[in-house]
Design a protein around this ligand. Sequence first.
Ligand SMILES: Nc1ncnc2c1ncn2[C@@H]1O[C@H](COP(=O)(O)OP(=O)(O)O)[C@@H](O)[C@H]1O
Ligand SMILES: [Mg+2]
Length: 362
Amino acid sequence: MLRTVVVLFGGRSSEHGVSCVTAGGVLGAIDRDKWNVVAVGITGAGRWVHVSDDPEAWQIRDGKMPVVSDAGETVLPPRHAGESQWRVITEAGQVNDLAHVDVVFPVLHGPWGEDGTVQGALELVDVRYVGSGVLASAAGMDKQFMKAAFRDAGLPVAADVTLMRGDSLEARMDDVRALGLPVFVKPARAGSSMGISKVADLADLPAAIAEAIKHDPKVLIEQAMVGREIETAVLERTDTVVASQPSEIVTHGDHEFYDFEAKYLDAASVELRMADDLDAETTALIGWISLRAFRAVGAEGLARVDVFLASDGTVTVNEINTMPGFTPTSQYPRMWAAGGVEFEELVETLLETALNRPLGLR
Ligand SMILES: Nc1ncnc2c1ncn2[C@@H]1O[C@H](COP(=O)(O)OP(=O)(O)O)[C@@H](O)[C@H]1O
Ligand SMILES: [Mg+2]
């Protein structure tokens, strides 16, 4: 019998377009002989709509990200635990059955999606879903709390000064100076490098903070990490959690760091390659750190752990992404492909793991 999966994407964050592209990859990879696929887009305003499940509809065209438009029927998830029926409201206001849903794949990035809010909504009605639960999603989204969890697990992170909404920069300037230069200024809860600046001169700090605040009133001013930027893909199978071989991000050209343009629009400027030149000890250390970071925030299903590897062999953890970029050319699937797990198998594993996990507190 076919099981039904809802692929849920778009959303209210500034990573709406990225999420749509990710969904395109996932929609194309789900085995339609095993799964009935229902595509549910979340508009920028937060309305859930029934949209095309054709992967072609969700590609980058002429450098423009796809968008969930406001047309289409409103989707209603189950109203109480124990119900699996999802419904739609037609334009005429009539409520029709959509499907009995077994599992949701929330391919959402950023706030209101990757941060535990959607996960909480699904928990309330006992709907199984791919990926991390409420707390891990929230911790993975919030760089301040993520780093606190890492520190508590004994993992090395970069020093920072966190400015909460309304905090005065002036009052924290001694702490900021102690970080040295350059610093990275980042919104606490964003992603895809949005709102991030590298600041080499303290005179540029207020402008960088103003840019970050456009995304989040909470801002981190962080000491620069040095070395190679290395990423590992962590995957939970029904009984085990495994880390992939590490890969490396190398940015060229005008990009001083791995910024939004380099990530999505200027493919030629970034090289994503397997870090297969690392010695066995370093590779093992990075794998161990990745699994520990996964556990530190209580992640589930999948995550990408990003670290910096200095020339003396020291590793600093930059972040964990509980819903990493997931187009077939994204780093997460490519690391698994390099390890022999193709994209389709990866998607199937994620769905199976989600189906097999218990509801409620885990
Ligand atoms: N402290 C830092 N030192 C050096 N590079 C950094 C630092 N913080 C961020 N970067 C660069 O900026 C990119 C995006 O920052 P990151 O913290 O990963 O935010 P996001 O959640 O938006 O991906 C990183 O991939 C890295 O290239
Ligand atoms: Mg990152």
